[in-house]
Design a protein around this ligand. Structure first.
Ligand code: SF4
Length: 358
């Protein structure tokens, strides 16, 4: 189901005006958030009405302003119902300059003001050291810092690990680069969060990317909001960066993306269904989950003696970058013999950013 700019119609199909305000010209028709809009309308009109009938739901059209209201209200409801934040908390927002994290930063700062959440918000960015990609996207984040009035902290791989991704790729090539990058990024966010003394870290992802990740995890055997993000960012003219990483392999994720788009053409709810399936997966009670501890070397989170970042870093520094790749060898090998990684461990360690913002 596609969001398309709605052309005015003289009769039928819900008329020429927005189905919520009945005043402005519609800008979206048959949006993916149909059910949210229906819920919004029901709340608005209490015992309404036509929207219970699916044929008429398909004719719903809304204007930009009402789309913003539905989008923001839904996020607010999720925050309130799940008690995501407490007044006085310091919240870091993972900010890459991409559309997902830009929308997250904008909406969270707006809702914080509008509903008096009482949060101290900070932008946290990771500079992987990828020339022609991250340096440009960080310029966007620096503008967001000014636009939204949120303090920004940038942590870099060079400062934390002594290596940039450019240098790592020069050494290892383009085969396992995303394993290094993904492991380092996750820890860099932890380290940045500790530096900022934040209580929680919020990261932004859209539904298409989450569905792709769920599907990829299923295909790899790693089972352990919605894509109105783009529309919102586009309509609001938010300042975001949309170029893909120059080191992105993307082939496998690209297949998953195409497959999901095909599914969506046949069944418009496919993306939401895949996400729901991912949420519904249960890990067998017999599956041994890694126990969270701290790395003996750097003191950050690890389920083994050395965290994956330290193992990978040791390999780089010794000129043996394959040391931490795979399961069979490496600095935690003694432990590995007795504590074979579960599929979930592998999933956590090897996940790439792909097209995800963070
Ligand atoms: Fe890092 Fe993502 Fe680029 Fe891979 S695609 S090198 S994980 S930024």
């Amino acid at each position: 189901m596609e969001e398309t700019a709605a052309k005015p119609r003289r009769s039928g199909g819900g008329g020429r005006q927005c189905c919520i305000c009945h005043e402005r010209r519609p800008a979206l028709k048959r949006p993916k958030t149909l059910e949210q809009i229906a819920t919004f309308l029901l709340r608005l009109h209490e015992k309404s009405c036509c929207i219970n009938r699916s044929t008429e739901m398909l004719a719903l059209k809304i204007c930009r302003e009402c789309f913003y209201a539905v989008f923001e209200e839904e996020i607010h409801q999720v925050i309130v119902e799940n008690q995501l934040f407490k007044p006085g908390e310091r919240i870091g927002i993972g900010a890459s300059g991409g559309k997902d994290s830009t929308v997250l930063a904008y909406v969270l700062s707006e809702l914080n003001k509008r509903h008096n959440y009482g949060l101290d918000l900070f932008l946290l960015s990771v500079d992987e050291g990828i020339t022609g990609y991250r340096d440009d996207s960080l310029e966007t984040v620096k503008r967001n810092e000014v636009q939204y009035g949120l303090p920004l902290k940038i942590v870099s791989y060079k400062d934390l690990y002594g290596w940039t991704m450019d240098e790592i790729v020069k050494m290892i090539g383009l085969k396992n680069n995303c394993t290094f990058c993904g492991v380092f990024r996750r820890q860099a966010l932890d380290r940045g969060a500790a530096l900022l003394k934040v209580d929680k870290l919020a990261t932004g992802h859209n539904a298409d990317d989450i569905a792709e990740t769920v599907l990829l995890n299923i295909l790899r055997g790693d089972i352990a909001s919605l894509n109105h993000v783009f529309t919102y960012a586009y309509f609001k003219k938010l300042d975001y960066f949309s170029t893909e990483c120059i080191y992105s392999p993307n082939a496998y994720r690209g297949f998953a993306r195409e497959f999901i788009k095909d599914l969506e053409r046949i069944r418009p709810r496919a993306i939401l269904d895949i996400i729901k399936s991912g949420e519904d997966f249960r890990i067998a009670t017999s599956t041994k989950m890694p126990e969270q501890g701290t790395c003996e070397r750097c003191g950050y989170i690890s389920s083994q003696k050395w965290c994956k970042a330290c193992v990978l870093l040791e390999g780089l520094n010794r000129g043996m970058p394959k040391l931490g790749i795979g399961r069979s060898r490496g600095l935690n090998s003694n432990q590995m013999k007795t504590d074979k990684p579960t599929s979930r461990t592998k999933s956590i360690e090897s996940k790439q950013c792909g097209s995800l913002d963070f």
